[in-house]
Design a protein around this ligand. Structure first.
Ligand code: SAM
Ligand code: CA
Length: 228
């Protein structure tokens, strides 16, 4: 029996038809993001819905978003949390997060989101210095892949025991197995060294006794890590 259903024709459409609960606003943000050359960076809708489900399951009220882009994953998570929730949102790019802020406002969740335009490691270290260790329920890691190990270690300090860290793009189009699957242009952009960061982190988490884990084949690969 086939263990990998992702290659069965039509299965992705079937999953969407039978599980996606979309909204006009989320659809509009996706459409606007599609105008950007780098729109592939946005999580797909079924992954946004999974993140929303996860934060509801763990009753999250305090989350960190590392890599905002046009704000889609942040929006999915903020919509799933209570009125008095808090999201520390990290990015460096004002033009993209300008789009994000427009949609957060329209969705009525802007007051829950604290956007910091600075390198994420600096923002997270500042949060730790301000006494916020183990005060977060959920961290989504989705910024520059070369810093993933740094983000993972910082996230482990920021989440409470029992808290969740979701790490995106852990399979990187399959290039963690074979970098030849990437177009030359994409491979040059990401670089072998950064792919190695992802491979090393995947290896490290497998044996990391500080956490429980599951690596999911959804979208571009998503590892879920629960801090022990
Ligand atoms: N989570 C977003 C979504 O699903 O729509 C996508 C995030 S995108 C893959 C990565 C983002 O990380 C970009 O918006 C980029 O500006 C940001 N970024 C890159 N380097 C960064 C850094 N050092 N600190 C914070 N953000 C960074
Ligand atoms: Ca991503």
């Amino acid at each position: 029996m086939k263990k990998d259903l992702s290659l069965v024709e039509g299965i992705h459409d079937y999953v969407l038809r039978n599980s996606l609960r979309d909204s006009e606003l989320l659809q509009r943000l996706r459409d606007e993001t599609l105008q950007d050359r780098q729109s592939i960076m946005q999580v797909p809708p079924e992954q946004g819905q999974l993140l929303a489900l996860l934060v509801k399951l763990i009753g999250a009220k305090r989350t960190v978003e590392i890599g905002v882009y046009t704000g889609y994953s942040t929006l999915c998570v903020a919509l799933a949390m209570p009125e008095d929730s808090y999201t520390l949102a990290c990015d460096v790019e004002e033009s993209w997060t300008g789009i994000a802020k427009r949609y957060w406002t329209e969705a009525g969740v802007a007051h829950k989101i604290d956007l910091r335009l600075a390198p994420a490691a600096a923002t997270l270290n500042a949060a730790l210095a301000a006494g916020e260790a183990e005060s977060y329920d959920f961290v989504f890691i989705d910024a520059d892949k070369s810093s993933y190990d740094t983000y993972y270690e910082l996230a482990l300090r920021l989440v409470r025991p029992g808290g969740l860290i979701a790490i995106d793009n852990v399979l990187f189009f399959g290039a963690v197995v074979n970098s030849n699957v990437l177009e030359t242009r994409t491979l040059q952009r990401i670089g072998e060294a950064t792919l190695q960061v992802l491979r090393d982190l995947n290896n490290k988490i497998r044996d990391d006794q500080r956490v429980d884990l599951s690596m999911l084949q959804i979208a571009d690969g998503l590892t879920l890590v629960r801090k022990r």
